[in-house]
Design a protein around this ligand. Structure first.
Ligand SMILES: [Zn+2]
Length: 281
């Protein structure tokens, strides 16, 4: 067995184990599944085997159908209001977010989302728009405008997809302000949301959060697992990653909060969470 296959199988066993144990605990405890709503993170769509950042288009379609059929769809505005204490959506609702603006999100996710009127959020880096990136090209401005026309919110993932925590403060300010400005010009809509590139514990801090606030963003997401609950700080919201190669039952468990405890891995094993730069995050 190759090292990459060992890593893939171990991670899937660990994720499946956490989800299974959590779901069993939810069933026996009187208060049921954890309260709150979740922001789901996707990256790419396609048939790539053993790539956790790539979800098959047919799995994605089944997952979106499940959210719609079960009344679990939340918009960015719903998330903001929910965190502020307004119960505008039920516990267990989910916001769909897609990072990086890979071309497969345009080809496979946009049609699925637009047909179901799911108000997903696309986090892109304006400095990389249209690049022939690896493992796949990134959307150009026309594709991003088509996403906005299809009902998606196009928001900032930093100017150049670098970890803000590794930058000097003037560069952090540039990443935040220039990205917002160009997105607003090219898309023609206000940009209020930001997602930290990579989003691990090592990629943001009180310093970068202060910069995000000063740049005028109303809401920011990292990549640490967890639920969004009334009172959650709007500039430091958790997200839950949806990985390729997992079935609908696993997706349902994740939306219900079964992967929330994975934040322990986020906190203590940050080095395992961060992919090679070429595969993004
Ligand atoms: Zn990213």
């Amino acid at each position: 067995m190759s090292a990459s296959r060992v890593r893939w199988v171990s991670k899937k066993l660990a994720r499946g184990g956490v989800a299974l144990v959590s779901s069993a605990v939810f069933r026996v405890r009187p208060q049921g599944p954890p309260a709150g709503i979740r922001a789901l993170t996707y990256h790419r769509f396609g048939a790539a085997r053993r790539d956790p950042f790539c979800v098959s288009p047919s799995d994605f379609e089944v997952q979106m159908d499940w959210l719609v059929e079960h009344g679990r769809v939340a918009s960015l505005d719903d998330v903001v209001r929910f965190a502020r204490g307004e119960r505008v959506v039920r516990d267990g609702a989910a916001l769909v977010t897609i990072d990086d603006g890979s071309i497969s999100a345009f080809e496979h996710a946009l049609p699925v989302l637009a047909r179901r009127k799911i108000p997903a959020v696309l986090f892109v880096s304006p400095g990389l728009v249209g690049r022939a990136s690896v493992p796949e090209p990134l959307m150009d401005w026309n594709a991003l405008r088509a996403c906005a026309a299809g009902g998606l919110t196009v928001a900032s993932h930093g100017w150049s997809h670098r970890s803000l925590e590794g930058l000097r403060t003037p560069e952090v300010v540039h990443e935040l302000e220039a990205s917002r400005r160009l997105l607003e010009i090219e898309i023609g809509a206000a940009v209020e949301a930001f997602a930290y590139p990579y989003g691990t514990r090592r990629d943001f801090s009180a310093r970068t959060e202060a910069c995000v606030r000063a740049a005028g963003y109303a809401v920011a997401f990292h990549s640490q697992h967890g639920a969004i609950v009334p009172g959650s700080p709007l500039l430091s919201l958790p997200r839950v990653k949806i990985e390729g190669g997992e079935d609908l039952r696993m997706f349902e468990r994740i939306v219900d909060g079964a992967m929330d405890p994975w934040r322990g891995v986020d906190r203590h094993l940050a080095w395992t969470q961060r992919p090679a730069p070429a595969t993004a995050g």
